[in-house]
Write a protein that binds this ligand. Structure first.
Ligand code: CMC
Length: 392
């Protein structure tokens, strides 16, 4: 009979080889195509990082200009999609709307769903990167009952997203360049993370030959969970619930209690066992943004800082190598920018879309690619005979 390796949670199984992203969990290193995340977050910008992830090299000035114009040409969504949004409950969570709308893109853009055609694959990739901010902003506007704001191609990627989220027809809204820069950095820090749960979901969905819009919708659905991308919303809600510094010990005790399902959200990582390099950059960014906005006595930030300090010195967290992850500080920046918690995970989703696509493209182009089909260890009932209803 067949012999399988039993590896629940895939803690020691490599599912593919990849040239895109490298993580060294012990050293706290993350590289996209060989470039350290700190350098990309500090010196590059999100669209350039998109190019790097998709095509493997940093673009020349000409390649960058061409890429930018291809992306901006696709930022609008089909007008008919507005009707699709309007079918959702008015207070729907933006992630719920996004799972549906992105899945439905294969119905609206079926001229780029033939994955055997490299040109269609390319168009689908650009459409996804260009339209995800528009879709996320529309999901937000819909959830708060404001009119949709069309994309503006004279703005850069991050400024355009902020404009679509925060401007209203009645009033002129000027995007603060420093906030746009912080937004762009958040996008960059989330752009890819090798074979995490949502990326593996995208690859598994794609391994059957499903179209890229369907695959990305699957990735968004997986990302939503609180152990993954949903942790940024859960973390800020937890910080608010803790409320003040005096209550921290109670929550620390709960996180350590085996009989209590409560975990410190924004803490711990499957791969990083020393620190999460994204969290380090995010923390600096949080300080910058709060300074910029003149927010100095934010109680959530105080709780976050103190919680981090206590946890980093606590035996339980030290021995289990639990450190703040990317989701710990991102929420503080997003809240300061004016986003409600329900938008945190959609922002993660739109940032990660490029990583999902790069990974999907790599898989499709790999001659070794075959359908993902894990095996199992069957531990159910032995073979038995059916019993008539009247005899049970
Ligand atoms: N608070 C308290 N205890 C924890 C935590 C936490 N946040 N995370 C892990 N532990 C404990 C866990 O109870 C277990 O203890 P024991 O060995 O006694 O059973 C041990 O640490 C190992 O945990 P695990 O769940 O087996 O580890 P994992 O690699 O399967 O899970 C994780 C990693 C990120 C899902 C987990 O640390 C967690 O649930 N963290 C909170 C949610 C979170 O912040 N997620 C965001 C992850 S980073 C960005 C992203 O992926 O989106």
């Amino acid at each position: 009979s067949d012999v399988f390796t039993y590896d629940p949670g895939f803690t020691s199984t490599a599912s593919c080889d990849s040239t895109i992203t490298f993580i060294d969990g012990d050293k706290g290193e993350l590289w996209y195509r060989g470039y350290p995340i700190e350098q990309l977050a500090g010196q590059s910008n999100y669209l350039e990082v998109c190019y790097l992830l998709l095509y493997g090299e940093l673009p020349t000035a000409e390649q960058m200009q061409d890429f930018e114009s291809r992306v901006t040409r696709h930022t609008m969504v089909h007008e008919q999609m507005h009707n699709f949004f309007r079918g959702f409950r008015r207070d729907a969570h933006p992630m719920a709307t996004m799972v549906g709308v992105v899945g439905a893109m294969s119905a609206f853009y079926h001229d780029s769903t033939d994955i055997s055609d490299p040109w269609q694959r390319e168009v689908a990739s650009i459409r996804l990167i260009a339209k995800l901010p528009t879709i996320a902003a529309m999901a937000y506007k819909y959830s708060i009952g404001q009119p949709f704001v069309y994309p503006s191609n004279e703005l850069d990627y991050a400024s355009n997203f902020l404009n679509m989220c925060f401007s209203v027809p009645a009033e002129k809204y000027n995007v603060d360049p420093a906030l746009a820069r912080a937004m762009d950095r958040i996008f960059t820090l989330h752009a890819d993370h090798e074979q995490n749960a949502s990326t593996s979901t995208v690859r598994l969905a794609g391994s059957s030959g499903a179209n890229p819009f369907a695959c990305i919708a699957a990735g968004i659905a997986c990302l939503w969970g609180p152990a993954h991308g949903g942790a940024n919303q859960a973390c800020l809600e937890m910080l608010r619930q803790i409320g003040s510094v005096e209550n921290i010990p109670e929550y620390i005790a709960r996180a350590k209690d085996k009989d209590d399902p409560f975990r410190l959200m924004g803490f711990g990582h499957r791969v990083y066992k020393n620190f999460d390099p994204r969290a380090k950059v995010m923390k600096e960014s949080a300080d910058e943004v709060l300074d910029l906005l003149g927010i100095h006595d934010n109680p959530t930030l105080q709780v976050a800082k103190e919680l981090e300090k206590i946890a980093l010195e606590d035996d339980y967290f030290v021995s289990k190598k639990l450190y703040p992850n990317v989701d710990f500080y991102s929420g503080i920046i997003l809240e300061a920018m004016g986003f409600p918690t329900s938008m945190f995970t959609p922002i993660f989703a739109l940032s990660r879309t490029v990583g999902w696509i790069a990974q999907w493209k790599e898989m499709i182009g790999d001659p070794q690619n075959k359908i993902g089909r894990p095996r199992q260890l069957y531990v159910g009932s032995d073979k038995r005979d059916y019993v008539e209803l009247s005899k049970r």
